[in-house]
Ligand binder design. Sequence first.
Ligand SMILES: NC(=O)c1ccc[n+]([C@@H]2O[C@H](COP(=O)([O-])OP(=O)(O)OC[C@H]3O[C@@H](n4cnc5c(N)ncnc54)[C@H](O)[C@@H]3O)[C@@H](O)[C@H]2O)c1
Length: 272
Amino acid sequence: MTGSLEGKVAFITGAARGQGRSHAIRLAEEGADIIAVDVCAQIDTVRYPLATADDLAETVQQVRALGRRIVAREADVRDGETLRAAVAAGIEELGRLDIVLANAGIAPFNLKPRAGEWDDVIGVNLTGVYNTVEAALPTLIEQGDGGAIVLTGSTASLFGIGANTPGGIAYTAAKHGLVGLMRAYANYQAEHSIRVNAVLPSGVRTDMVTSREMQEYVQANEEQSRLLVNALPVDLLEPLDLSNAIAFLVSDAARYVTGVVMPVDAGFSIKH
Ligand SMILES: NC(=O)c1ccc[n+]([C@@H]2O[C@H](COP(=O)([O-])OP(=O)(O)OC[C@H]3O[C@@H](n4cnc5c(N)ncnc54)[C@H](O)[C@@H]3O)[C@@H](O)[C@H]2O)c1
């Protein structure tokens, strides 16, 4: 059976684990080849462990097991030059680029705030998204046959929620900013048939949320956390729930969908 993304190449940040790995597998199932990027190193202000080189190798193995090609590179989305080099290496090997998923993100919600939280979160969750799109746009435009970009926001893209700490406030600000980026790119790139959309998840079962460090924060802030409840009777979405929404948004079935924010949040936003 032919997949909906046969012959396409997708560039995914934060692809070593969690939602990013799930997107790589889901899009590979539809026939896409993958350019996978992850920092694979710790950022000092983040207490929960970020992904490792072994995690990225596992993504590579799982995509190859589906018979698809994958180029994986370690790069920090804050570093535009290294990111551009990673994308160039992927395009060199895989021949083209069609899809971009700006998924990498951090959520340093720390009980004892650490110096630099604001800069790190804005750097990764906002500037990193800008760098990701910018690294891909010249090729998408030059190829001349359009493209599909999805930015991963959060329920904190629309509401003043997250955490009342420097890292938490920055998370909410960056995720709001991501919607602005999405709208501007959707507007300015439409003439090139490049579509740009955002998915906004509520809580997803990944290390960002399930780690011991994040659970400590949640338990110490029970009153705030009690407000973060979905309408549908489910506590946490699975990464695949987001991957399925993204697989639709980047497919030709969504060929005239651009500039939209798509909550994938089990009705969280309907309650706020
Ligand atoms: N898990 C949730 O509940 C939830 C809810 C809403 C939105 N989100 C967003 O979903 C996205 C994916 O997160 P996840 O849930 O898979 O968490 P995760 O921590 O498992 O995955 C994030 C990935 O991004 C990578 N990364 C972090 N900083 C990076 C950098 N500077 N450069 C390159 N890679 C970097 C990490 O190593 C990790 O592999 C993030 O943007 C996050 O903000 C998550």
